[in-house]
Design a protein around this ligand. Structure first.
Ligand code: PMP
Length: 363
């Protein structure tokens, strides 16, 4: 009997909700994948059935995102966090600093890692207003190795809504928490990376999309596993890839195509975000949105209630109503509703109604 709806609505920031039909299919074929008589987890990564899965995952990602021929798709491990190091290790060039935009928790971590590894500069920061906006950027210095930004700050709930014009330096983006949430001109970016566990699949696989000319930049002295060139040459099979995670990622991509692709998903995401921000705006005495309006994230809706005791009461009651995972990140507290692609509008509606009811009760 297919289970089409979750018993709870999952608002965790990541790992996060996966589309129910994807989980259902994984369950159906868990013991016998594609007539092999074994699980996809037990299949050699060099055997045809699995090789086809990985190739199809890359092809589907290309198709959905419109990735141009100039860019390679890689499936790596180590999370987005390892990319904080791999990007500067591979893309920095002698005499050229790497530039970062500091918009919150994750941009800060990427910046700190790059600083450990060489010459790094800050192009802008919104720290002075507790990362509630995208900072305006001065004109960038000449001769940057690359410019790094975090397209969506998962913790603060801040999202870039337009890309900066920054001259010739390749743009590098951590898109861990909003990849595939909206159409994107991939050609504008030198490199995009994303841990899978929000919009792409389960944790354990990291997608990297990198322009050909940047792959060759890495010095020969890099440890083999830290070099993009290694993984491009081996088609992400230099060592054993996280096969089950990639299999699920492929199923998520197939689900997205069935849902109408990026335009349809983006329209749904806009409606979902508008519904929750609408409730926040309607009850400003109770719900205090963190992000300034023009920087509001469509993926992570962050807000506070008047004091921690009310927040705790809100979270407890929400959980009793089957609304799970609404506590803010441990570094900032407050509340956060993560509404990635797999969160249906019905789940957002359930939360919006709950928030309205809670506001009425308290009023
Ligand atoms: N960047 C962003 C924007 C994130 O949200 C996260 C994880 N929440 C990370 C990087 C770190 O990802 P990982 O745990 O895959 O290393």
């Amino acid at each position: 009997m297919p289970v089409t709806q979750a018993p709870v609505w999952n608002f965790y920031a990541g790992p996060a909700a996966l589309p129910r039909p994807v989980l259902q299919q994984a369950q159906d074929e868990l013991l016998d994948f594609a007539g092999t008589g074994m699980s996809v987890m037990e299949t050699s990564h060099r055997a045809k059935p699995y090789v086809a899965v990985q190739a199809d995952a890359a092809a589907r990602l290309r198709e959905l995102m419109g990735i141009p021929d100039t860019h390679r798709v890689l499936f790596l491990q180590g999370g987005a966090t390892l990319q904080f190091a791999m990007v500067p290790l591979n893309l920095r060039r002698a005499g050229q600093p790497a530039a970062y935009v500091h918009t919150g928790e994750w941009a800060g971590k990427a910046f700190q890692e790059a600083r450990k590894l060489g010459d790094t500069t800050l192009l802008g920061s919104s720290e002075d207003t507790r990362f509630d906006r995208i900072p305006s950027l001065g004109s960038p210095p000449e001769d940057l190795a690359y410019v790094h930004l975090t397209s969506n700050e998962t913790v603060q709930g801040i999202q870039w809504q337009a890309w900066p014009e920054l001259g010739d330096a390749p743009l590098v983006a951590d898109m861990s928490s909003d990849i595939l949430s909206r159409p994107l001109d991939v050609g504008r970016f030198g490199l995009i990376y994303a841990g899978a566990q929000k919009n792409l699949g389960p944790s354990g696989v990291t997608v990297v999309i990198v322009r050909d000319d940047l792959v060759a930049r890495g010095p020969a002295s890099l440890p083999t596993m830290l070099s993009y060139a290694t993984h491009v040459k081996a088609d992400s099979m230099y060592n054993t890839p996280p096969t089950f995670a990639i299999y699920l990622l492929r199923e998520v991509l197939a689900w997205m195509a069935k849902e109408g692709g990026l335009e349809a998903i983006a329209a749904r995401n806009r409606r979902k975000a508008a519904r929750l921000y609408g409730v926040i705006d309607k009850h400003p005495d109770l719900y205090r949105g963190h992000a300034q309006r023009e920087a509001r994230s469509h993926m992570n809706v962050t807000f506070r209630l008047p004091d921690p005791a009310i927040e705790q009461a809100f979270l407890k009651l929400a959980e009793a109503h089957g609304l799970v995972g609404l506590a803010g990140h441990r570094s900032v507290g407050g509340c956060r509703a993560s509404i990635y692609n797999a969160m249906p509008e019905a789940g957002v509606e359930a939360l919006a109604l709950f928030m309205e009811g809670f506001a009425r009760q308290g009023a």
